[in-house]
Design a protein around this ligand. Structure first.
Ligand code: PEP
Ligand code: MN
Length: 263
């Protein structure tokens, strides 16, 4: 179902007042995690002003250490709902497990399935039953075929509103957290009709790499970007080192859109 052989034309996913796919270049910005209402609102104001389309923020965080900040849970989801109403922007947030799916889909415009859950087949099937759009991140060790088959699990249950997100794969290098697999983009666009965006934040893990990777994403044919930005990155509870300052995010939006306009 996800194959371009079955459906030759690009899928355009409608989300609130915007859409992802086709010739549109969508920008999603926000903090790694929703940490407090005031921080989320302050960051959302910058994201909106920079001309981004959608706000991101995790309420349930898949942290490597069980002792690290795990997110605010439902309180975080309520803050996201407030951001949507205040700034008229759709919101995307991650669902970590089946137990929280009903709750997350109630608040989110796009339900995100993270890299660690790309082959959580029961979660994928549940996402397929949802009326909400789903963002499926590529597993950190997944091939493009495995990634598309994971999307197939969602679509086979009836949900066609899927956005793919390349977020880098695990390699031997130590200068970045992951290696952004740009070559996956033309392959996915050839094989599938689904929109595919790039997350340069988790791909790199370092703020100074995000802007050049974002420019390259616009050039390689990505349908958009999802980028971490924080009002005060130096005080962030997670992923502060890869979060852009608001003025860097605004610059990134301008440069990425300018590159898109060339093509
Ligand atoms: C995220 O986007 O918040 C996230 C945890 O990303 P990933 O699943 O790609 O690590
Ligand atoms: Mn993060």
């Amino acid at each position: 179902l996800v194959s371009r052989e079955v459906k030759p034309h690009d899928t355009i996913v409608r989300v609130g007042n915007t859409e992802i796919g086709g010739s549109r270049f969508s920008i999603i910005g926000g903090p790694c995690a929703v940490e407090s209402e005031s921080l989320a609102m302050a960051t959302a104001e910058h994201v909106k002003k920079a001309g981004a389309d959608i706000f991101r923020g995790g309420a349930f965080k898949p942290r490597t250490s069980p002792y690290a900040f795990q997110g605010l849970g439902e309180e975080g989801l309520k803050i996201l709902a407030k951001v949507r109403e205040t700034f008229d922007m759709p919101v995307v947030t991650e669902v970590l497990d089946l137990a929280h799916f009903d709750m997350v889909e109630q608040y989110a415009d796009i339900v995100q399935i993270g890299t660690r859950n790309m082959q959580n087949f029961s979660l994928l099937r549940r996402a397929g039953e949802s009326k909400k759009s789903v963002m499926l991140k590529r597993g950190m060790s997944a091939t493009v075929d495995e990634w598309l088959m994971a999307a197939e699990y969602i679509m086979s249950e009836g949900n066609e509103n899927i956005i793919l997100c390349e977020r880098g794969v695990r390699t031997f290098v130590r200068h970045s957290r992951n290696t952004l697999d740009f070559s996956a983009i033309p392959v996915v666009r050839r094989e599938s009709h689904l929109p595919v965006i790039i997350d340069p934040s988790h791909a790199s893990g370092y703020r100074d790499q995000v802007l050049p990777l974002a420019r390259a994403a616009a050039a390689v044919g990505s349908h958009g970007l999802m980028v971490e930005v924080h009002d005060m990155p130096d005080f962030a509870q997670c992923d502060g080192g890869q979060s852009l300052y608001p003025d860097q995010f605004a610059l990134m939006c301008r440069q990425a859109r300018a590159i898109c306009d060339i093509f």
